[in-house]
Design a binder for this molecule. Structure first.
Ligand SMILES: Nc1nc2c(ncn2[C@@H]2O[C@H](COP(=O)(O)OP(=O)(O)O)[C@@H](O)[C@H]2O)c(=O)[nH]1
Ligand SMILES: [Mg+2]
Length: 379
């Protein structure tokens, strides 16, 4: 085994050794008299970058990653975690919580564990959080699925349970209760920029309660009555609606109608204590009673977003423009030179700068400096 500039060259098993990683010996001095020859066995060597020693900062937030995932999506989950680790968490070691509506297989757990030194918890979703509440008619729900079969996921029963779970329950799972903040991740997403700051601490230090990387309009066919039910809520519980809220982000006419703008919740970093608190809980229960998770196809993204817009003051919401992120088919990719230099994404592909996106509207209302456009930086 030999060393070159911090790379350990590891013999292939044909050379009769186990491939192991060596200690970093950058300062070891080579004797100049020794004649340099390339040993024959070097032909088939594998170069392995040695891992950096863990440098966990003394100050961290009380936070975890959370991924709702099926056993069959283990490879997609590994892809996400590999990137989260390489771009961020190898230096922070925030724990992971995996949740599933059926028990995780041993194989799934064994595929996750080598991905990180951080603690991993594998939780089972309680049946009462992934089934029909007693006031829901299963027959009517089934008829809805038939009628909505041509709408994205309109036919799917499990998608509806998933959206309801993500809307109202995952942050109350016993594996999540110890944590103040969560960062939601999904299988098969991409994190393309090195993160040398701690987004959780950013949230904590700046009193942010909900953060996003992309915002888009929703398909109105999936939420025809969501806004009316929300207006009922505002009338019934006016004291729960925040002053300085972001109503103008989600409505173009002072609250008469919903413009469908929402944060794309497959990425989100949020304060779980807010979601466990009275205002969010009342809102979720009000929606749940109305039945739209089953009689329509309400997504957790518009639900979280409307709640964040109405129940929090706008200065508690945050856009992480520096977090390069891809969830098919959209990217967030920063063009600011000081951010882009740490990314492998293409800054000309950023849904937030498209006309359809709601992010510029958010930034204008929040009085936050806009995003840099690639043409301002590159020729
Ligand atoms: N355990 C489990 N996870 C699910 C199920 N359906 C979706 N998910 C998870 O819920 C999240 C959103 O689902 P996804 O299929 O990505 O929905 P999309 O992003 O709206 O297309 C992902 O983290 C999935 O892994 C399910 O039936 N069981
Ligand atoms: Mg997804």
């Amino acid at each position: 085994m030999s060393l070159h500039n911090g790379l350990a060259s590891v013999n292939t098993p044909t050379a009769g050794r186990q491939p192991i990683l060596q200690e970093h010996k950058q300062h070891s001095v080579q004797t100049p008299t020794k004649k340099k020859t390339t040993p024959k066995h070097r032909k088939n060597t594998i170069l392995i970058q040695k891992p950096l020693p863990p440098k966990i900062p003394a100050r961290r937030a009380n936070a975890a990653f959370v991924m709702l995932v099926r056993n069959t999506d283990a490879l997609g989950a590994r892809m996400t975690i590999r990137q989260i680790e390489d771009r961020f968490n190898r230096n922070f070691q925030y724990p992971y919580v995996f949740l599933n509506d059926v028990p995780f297989t041993e194989e799934f757990k064994e595929l996750m564990r080598p991905m990180s030194r951080a603690n991993m918890t594998f939780g089972l979703v309680p049946t009462e959080h992934w089934s029909y509440p007693e006031w829901i008619s299963k027959t009517k729900a089934q008829e809805t699925r038939k009628a909505m079969k041509n709408i994205v996921y309109g036919w799917s029963e499990s998608y509806r349970h998933m959206c309801r779970y993500q809307s109202g329950f995952f942050f109350q799972h016993e594996a999540m209760l110890p944590f103040d903040y969560y960062w939601r991740i999904e299988p098969d997403v991409e994190y393309s920029c090195d993160m040398d700051f701690d987004p959780f601490l950013y949230m904590q230090d700046n009193n942010k309660k909900y953060a996003f990387t992309m915002s888009l309009p929703e398909y109105m066919e999936t939420i025809p009555t969501l806004w009316n039910v929300t207006r009922d809520f505002m009338e019934k519980y006016p004291h729960l609606v925040a002053e300085n809220n972001s109503l103008d982000f989600i409505s173009d006419d002072g609250g008469k109608t919903y413009n469908t703008c929402h944060f794309w919740s497959n990425f989100e970093i949020a304060d779980a204590r807010w979601m466990r608190g009275e205002a969010y809980q009342q809102y979720f229960n009000h929606l749940d009673q109305a039945g739209g998770f089953f009689y329509e196809r309400w997504g957790d993204a518009p639900v979280h977003s409307i709640a964040a817009a109405l129940l929090l003051p706008m200065d508690q919401l945050h856009f992480f423009k520096e977090i390069g992120y891809f969830h098919a088919p959209f990217y967030n990719c920063p063009a600011e030179p000081e951010l882009q230099i740490k990314c492998h994404c293409n800054p000309s592909r950023n849904v937030n700068r498209e006309r359809m996106s709601c992010t510029n509207r958010f930034l204008e209302l929040a009085g936050v400096k806009g995003m840099v456009y690639p043409e301002e930086v590159f020729d």
